[in-house]
Design a protein around this ligand. Sequence first.
Ligand SMILES: N[C@@H](CCC(=O)N[C@@H](CS)C(=O)NCC(=O)O)C(=O)O
Length: 411
Amino acid sequence: MSAGKWLLPFLCHAAAALVACPSHAHVLHSARVSARAPVVAVEDGKPAPSRGGVRLLEWIPSQQLLVTSARFAWNTLWKVMLSELAPQSDDGDYVRPAPQMGTGATWPAELPVVSGRYHLYLGNACPWCHRVAASARLRQQLLAKTGPPQPTQFLSFTRLVSDPQRASRGGWVFDSDDPDPLCDAADLKGVYDRCTPGGYSGRCTAPLLVDLETSTIISQESADIIRMLGQVSLNPSGRAVDLYPTALRADIDATCKWVYTQVNNGVYGCGFATTQSAYERAERGVHEGLSRCDELLSSQRFLCGAQITEADVWLLPTAVRFDGIYASFFRCGRRQIRSDYPNIARWMKELLQLTGSDLFDLDAARRSYYTDLFPLNPGGIVPSGPSAADLGFPVGDGPVEDATAFSWRSV
Ligand SMILES: N[C@@H](CCC(=O)N[C@@H](CS)C(=O)NCC(=O)O)C(=O)O
């Protein structure tokens, strides 16, 4: 039987019950309640108001018809919404779109390294923004929002707010307490338009690195931004933190590759899968990847040895969101970091301290995932935890200094 044949009677019956006969539904409802009393909770001697709905089953000839039609309608809508949110392969796997523009992973030679000219647009919930912010923090390049600038800091940044209802495209808007410094845009689309002669078409993603002086986009790809920021420094001390030391490059590249595929993108593969087998593939990969990280961290301080590298910066955003968000929201919590990956848990607390726990707000991120990605959670209920406090995360502190955690390069 065609889908429309199931859907139509269901919608007609539902509409009739809702629109034409609300009082009928109420009568039926009252009759049922009195016949089966007591079913209503009594508080202070008064029955609590009952909200039994329109009692569709009284109107629709068969429960099977109701369930089949509702499931079909719900599933169709979910698949349509999810294909807009997250492109899919024919097998139901999530396929992350490729970035649309950027200058590659090399800092453009024509851009002088001066303080205040380059600006990052970053959203708290976004893991790709988080890894850019963490790398810039570790290299002491990020200008603080308040207080006098330090000599090493050359990047200003704006905190984007996630609000797909307010944004004209994508999900990012500005709030009045952290406005856009480029053109006072209302949303990130306004920034993309301003930087694109003739107007911008495509996804308006964060992170975004722009040159405020020429109103041009330098890059919208987090991996490239991390790499290119490692090639420039304002550090007057003659040495700078090196997250990509020459001797470790092959190991860092290889580690980043599987961390990205299995863990960073793997959790999205779980959450955005539209078939059971696609979900199971992604979920297996996530825990294989996490087990491999945990094993490495059982014998060394960081993923590629005794010092922090880009590989640690890549793992961090997914690790800190794992128990509090992805485990439940993306259904990959078969094993959790706090109980099953003790070495990642130890490493994560250290990374949070070194990057500064004020860089990321887990509880705000959880609210954002659960409400803004509404096709995955149409009711919009946000779980109460586990919160940052439940997980024992440091909260709101600046970065802890520890020179032994880093490789250094001469500048
Ligand atoms: N390749 C990009 C992906 C960034 C990305 O997907 N950002 C998301 C937020 S987590 C975004 O801005 N999405 C808005 C949209 O797709 O419209 C990177 O790693 O920098």
